[in-house]
Design a protein around this ligand. Structure first.
Ligand code: ZN
Ligand code: FE
Length: 258
């Protein structure tokens, strides 16, 4: 077991992307998760005097791996990404899946296969640091669009994330929290916690601060996309007798039009 949990800090990129700087104090290993671009990632490393040894990619979209080659060129970092999409991840060195998992420094990560946003999307979950890096699958009070997958795929992926412990910190790919809450209060108006949280989030964003990480336990209570199997939402989005993934699909379609 590592002596200390991972260092994790946010590295904002582009308009609303979050990459993350990870550091293992036991071994000195340093990673950038989902770098849209190389320069801000390299700068974040330099500020701490840490040289990136790894890049971790959750999926093939350019706003999550556009920085791979630049970081590799400057540091020799190894690129770790979904085996399923190894042909679409620039510069991939270490393809991973649920079977292989991945150990970063002294920290073993579970790799979770969570297709839906893309067909090969993965998450990295570090139990010893209670940290989940889930790219564009789960957002705070929202979820990603289904560009390549079906509602059934995406719903099963969200169930896999929902099964993790409540005290898991959720490090997602974008700052979409405020817009997600506008839809969430509309979709699930009886869920009182949403109104309280909306006021808080508006204040945090007005101060220009991030709302990430989110806490998974809180998401389980408030995120409508993790609650598509709850009676209130089933009633509003298709009816008790419909399968949960169809309710989820109707909810996602409503968000697309919102
Ligand atoms: Zn994406
Ligand atoms: Fe993205």
């Amino acid at each position: 077991m590592p002596e200390r949990p991972l260092h994790i800090s946010l590295v904002p990129m582009l308009k609303d992307n979050y990459a993350y700087l990870l550091h293992c104090y036991d071994t000195g290993a340093t990673a950038i998760v989902d770098p849209s671009e190389a320069e801000p990632a390299l700068q974040a490393g330099r500020r701490m005097d840490w040289r990136p040894t790894h890049v971790l990619d959750t999926h093939h979209h350019n706003d999550h791996c556009g920085g791979n080659l630049g970081i590799k060129e400057k540091t020799g970092a190894k690129v770790v990404g979904p085996a399923y999409d190894k042909d679409r991840i620039p510069g991939i060195d270490i393809p991973v899946d649920e079977e292989s998992g991945f150990t970063f420094g002294a920290h073993p990560a579970r790799v979770l296969f969570i297709p839906g946003h893309t067909k090969g999307h993965i998450a990295f979950y570090f139990p010893d640091s209670k940290a989940l890096f889930c790219g564009d699958t789960l957002f705070s009070y929202g979820c990603g669009r289904m560009f390549e997958g079906t509602p059934e795929m995406m719903w099963n992926s969200l169930l896999k994330l929902r099964a993790l412990p409540d005290d898991t910190q959720v490090y997602c790919g974008h700052e979409y929290t405020e817009a997600n809450l506008r839809f969430a209060v509309d979709a699930d108006p009886g869920n009182d916690g949403l109104w309280r949280r909306q006021a808080e989030v508006q204040r945090i964003r007005a101060e220009g601060k991030p709302t990430i990480p989110a806490t998974l336990g809180e998401e389980k209570k408030l995120n409508p996309f993790l609650r598509a199997d709850q009676p209130e939402l089933k009633k509003r989005f298709g009816g008790e007798e419909r399968p949960n993934h169809e309710i989820f699909g109707a909810l996602r379609a409503a968000k697309d039009k919102f």
